[in-house]
Design a protein around this ligand. Structure first.
Ligand SMILES: C[S@@+](CC[C@H](N)C(=O)[O-])C[C@H]1O[C@@H](n2cnc3c(N)ncnc32)[C@H](O)[C@@H]1O
Length: 253
C-alpha cells in the first residue's frame, strides 16, 4: 500500500499504443489501480502490468455507462485507501474527456492529482488519414466541437463555425449529422464542402469515408461504425487525395 495519495489523469491517445507518451506509459507501469474509460483500446490495456487492479468505468455514447459522480467517488475512495491511482482516458483528458470535472472533484476532496496529456482524436486521426488540419492558403484555424451542441441550451455559434478558411472537427458528431448539415448549409457553407468521417482512427480498424456537406446525412445514415467516429469538415479534406496519390506514386517509382 502506498501512502502517497495521488491520482494521475492520463491521456491514452487515440488508440495506437505507440502514440502513448513516455510519461503516460510510466504512470501506467507505476500504478496500483487503473480506472479506465471505454474508449481506451485493448492494445493499451495490454500494457497495464499483471497484478495491477483494473476497473472499467467510462461514459459510452448511447449505451449504459457509469455516472460521472460515481466515477469521481471511486477515484477519491481508491486514493484515500492509499493506492497510486491512474485514471486512464481515451485521447486527452481535457478534450471532451470530463477530465476537468474529475480534477475539480479531486481538488474539492483534497486529493492531490496531476495530468498527463494525450494525443487527442483530432490530431491522431489527422495524421493517420493524411488530412492536415491547417494548411497555408486553405485553413488557418481549427475548431474542436462537441456534437452534443444543444445540451445545456440552444447553441448560438453556428455562424462562427460556418466562416470560410477553417477546419471543423466534430467529436461525437455522427449522431448529430442532420443538425450539423442543416445548420452549416443554412449559415452559407457550400454543399460541396468536403467532409471526412474517420472511424477508429490510428487503429487496425481505421476506416475513412469522405463525402460532402450536402450529402452528410445520407452518408452518415449508411455508415455502420464499430468504433468511435470523428468528423472533419473543411477544404483541407481535399488534400488527402493528393497526399495519398503522392504516396502511391512514390511506392511505384
Ligand atoms: C467523449 S469523446 C473523448 C475524446 C477524447 N478525450 C480525445 O481527446 O480524443 C469521444 C469521441 O472522440 C472521438 N474519438 C475518440 N477516439 C477516436 C478514434 N480513435 N477515432 C475516431 N474518433 C475518435 C469520437 O468522436 C468519439 O465519439
Amino acid at each position: 500500500m502506498n501512502q502517497d495519495i495521488h491520482v494521475t489523469l492520463v491521456g491514452a491517445g487515440p488508440g495506437d499504443p505507440e502514440l502513448l507518451t513516455l510519461k503516460a506509459l510510466r504512470a501506467i507501469e507505476r500504478a496500483e489501480v487503473v480506472v479506465y474509460d471505454s474508449l481506451v483500446s485493448p492494445d493499451i490495456l495490454a500494457l497495464i502490468p499483471a497484478g495491477v487492479k483494473r476497473i472499467e468505468m467510462g461514459k459510452r455514447c448511447g449505451k449504459s455507462s457509469a455516472r460521472q459522480e460515481d466515477i469521481c467517488a471511486v477515484l477519491v475512495r481508491l486514493a484515500r485507501a492509499g493506492n497510486r491511482v491512474v485514471r486512464l482516458k481515451g485521447g486527452d483528458p481535457f478534450i471532451f474527456g470530463r477530465g476537468g470535472e474529475e480534477a475539480l472533484y479531486l481538488k474539492q476532496h483534497d486529493i492531490p492529482f496531476s495530468v498527463v496529456p494525450g494525443i487527442t482524436a483530432a490530431l491522431g486521426c489527422a495524421a493517420a488519414s493524411l488530412i492536415p488540419l491547417t494548411h497555408r492558403g486553405v485553413s488557418r484555424a481549427v475548431t474542436l466541437v462537441t456534437g452534443h451542441l444543444q445540451q445545456g441550451g440552444e447553441f448560438r455559434g453556428w455562424s462562427a463555425l460556418a466562416q470560410a478558411g477553417q477546419t471543423l472537427v466534430f467529436y461525437m458528431g455522427l449522431e448529430q449529422a442532420t443538425v450539423i448539415q442543416q445548420q452549416l448549409l443554412a449559415e452559407g457553407c457550400p454543399a460541396s464542402l468536403p467532409v471526412a468521417l474517420i472511424e477508429s482512427g490510428t487503429t487496425a480498424g481505421q476506416r475513412i469515408t469522405t463525402t460532402e456537406l450536402g450529402r452528410l446525412i445520407h452518408t452518415a445514415e449508411r455508415l455502420t461504425p464499430r468504433g468511435p467516429v470523428l468528423m472533419m469538415i473543411g477544404e483541407v479534406v481535399r488534400l488527402r487525395a493528393e497526399l495519398t496519390a503522392t504516396l502511391d506514386s512514390l511506392a511505384v517509382a
